[in-house]
Design a protein around this ligand. Structure first.
Ligand code: ATP
Ligand code: MN
Length: 459
């Protein structure tokens, strides 16, 4: 039986077998107490070992980190804070953990230390909590969209277009990089590569997602994306997961309404289904976590024009590290000023200058700004980036030409506007940014099981 189930049981006197990893062992000459955890929940179950019944020699090898199977009787616990415990009749040892070498022998390691042993950290309270929350959020995302008639579309991870516009890409090749075939001009001959042309890992599923929206009506993608940006920040990974809904017949206002509803749904879901883990995170890492989650649920997001946002920043009297004028891309310090200090709630910033946004965004009548939207959150900054897409064939083609994007890469995308085009919108939510917000963790490396960052892909 899993410990999460056992802890709720009231079948005192029943025979049970429970399997898990020892978190602590204490006791005296007559009795030992093991705190056993199997990952099913934060709480441990207490195992009471009568030394008269269990071989003393084998008990000695049951130390922190060891894996055991305990057979015994479920009894009502007299100790505070736990309903039941198991009176052990026999213990089978699956794997010992030598205290001299086991890295998690002691409690209270720093997050930095645990990052270096990422392959073991799910055995700690903090990381098992984060991973359970991560699971719950992934499940809630699928549930949210499924309940609303969105279809889950699997967009490719390998792509031949290098104009998705969201950052540097990782190349995918089977050519011998030490000695690639060459053309007569001496360039690498990609016609001999696996796909017959240069290919990369995708930075976004959006362009293909749009094809889905213009056929299935409402789709979402949820998969890994890759960005070879050498930015060592607490908010960027080289491999991260993104959720990208794309909806036919949605204008920017509908897109904003969906983004707000979606984020609130996920936060409410976490508060309802991950209570124990969230309370733990609140206690351990971020004392304002629960309050902040509730606050976002209870308040409307501000909708703000980029131009107005720049004016507020300039009139703030604040000295920013990067000064900002109309036309500049907002830095995290600007985003956080607007959210945390000026409005004190989430902000959806819209109508950005076209120069700092991607080619596919719908142009406003002013000819200068596009119907982009970034959702800005406290502590995180940008959590969602999205837009209404340019649906007009002529305007999209003109923009592609203006930016010198090779039409050979874009012909299939342009074709979606050639036949049966429709107004449509979508956005991308960074899954790990959401998890930073929901768990209260401060570094994105701590909300994904195996972080991929510059110079780090060991495990
Ligand atoms: P930023 O300015 O923060 O780098 P971006 O403008 O590159 O973000 P988009 O291309 O709009 O982001 O991607 C959509 C979402 O994906 C972002 O809002 C963010 O939540 C997430 N995201 C983007 N880059 C990363 C990354 N390197 N690691 C983790 N999440 C990311
Ligand atoms: Mn980026």
């Amino acid at each position: 039986m899993r410990i999460a189930q056992l802890l709720k049981s009231t079948e005192y006197g029943s025979q049970v077998v429970v399997k898990g990893w020892v978190r602590t062992k204490r006791g005296n000459k007559n009795v030992a107490f093991l705190a056993l955890n199997d990952g099913s929940c934060l709480a441990n179950i207490q195992i009471v070992v009568d030394l008269a019944k269990i071989n003393e020699e084998s008990l000695r090898t049951i130390t922190t980190g060891a894996c055991v199977a305990v057979s015994g009787t479920l009894v009502e616990s007299l100790g505070a804070g736990q309903g039941v415990e198991v009176q052990a009749e026999s213990i089978e040892i699956y794997g010992t953990a030598d205290p001299a070498t086991y890295p998690l022998q002691k409690k209270g390691h720093s997050l930095e230390f645990l990052r270096d042993i990422a392959y073991l950290r799910p055995r700690t309270n903090t990381f098992s909590a984060v991973l359970r929350i991560r699971h719950a959020m992934a499940f809630a995302i699928h549930k949210y969209f499924n309940d609303r008639g969105f279809y889950y579309l699997h967009t490719p991870l390998i792509t031949a277009s290098d104009c998705e516009g969201a950052g540097a890409m990782f190349q995918v090749t089977t050519l011998d990089v030490d000695n690639p075939p060459r053309t007569e001009e001496g360039k690498v001959d990609y016609s001999q590569d696996f796909f017959g042309k240069p290919c990369s890992l995708t930075v976004s599923g959006q362009l293909e997602g749009e094809l889905g929206a213009l056929s299935l009506g409402q789709i979402y993608t949820f998969g890994p994306t890759f960005r070879a940006e050498n930015s060592n920040t607490p908010r960027h990974l080289a491999e991260f997961w993104m959720i990208e809904p794309e909806m036919a017949f949605y204008e920017l206002e509908d897109n904003m309404a969906l983004a707000e509803d979606f984020l609130k749904y996920l936060i409410a879901y976490a508060l309802e289904h991950c209570r124990e883990d969230l309370e733990f995170m609140n206690k351990m890492w971020d004392n304002e976590l629960l309050e902040r989650l509730q606050f976002v649920l209870d308040n409307d997001f501000v909708r703000l024009d980029y131009t107005e946002g720049i004016r507020i920043l300039q009139e703030s009297g604040r000295k920013f590290e990067f000064p900002c004028d109309w036309g500049c891309d907002l830095q995290s310090e600007h985003e956080r000023y607007l959210v945390e200090e000026h409005f004190k709630r989430p902000v959806i910033l819209i109508n950005y200058p076209k120069e700092i946004k991607a080619f596919y965004m719908k142009m406003n009548d002013d000819g200068k700004t596009v119907r982009a939207m970034d959702v800005l959150f406290p502590k995180i900054g940008e959590i969602i980036g999205g837009s209404e897409r340019e649906a007009d064939f002529g305007k999209l083609r003109a923009r592609i030409d203006e930016l010198n994007i090779p039409e050979k890469d874009m012909w299939w995308y342009l074709d979606t506007r050639r036949w049966g085009s429709a107004p449509h919108s979508g956005f991308g939510l960074g899954f790990e940014r959401l998890l930073l917000f929901v768990t209260g963790m401060g570094n994105i490396r701590d909300v994904i099981p195996f972080p991929r960052t510059p110079k780090n892909a060991e495990f």
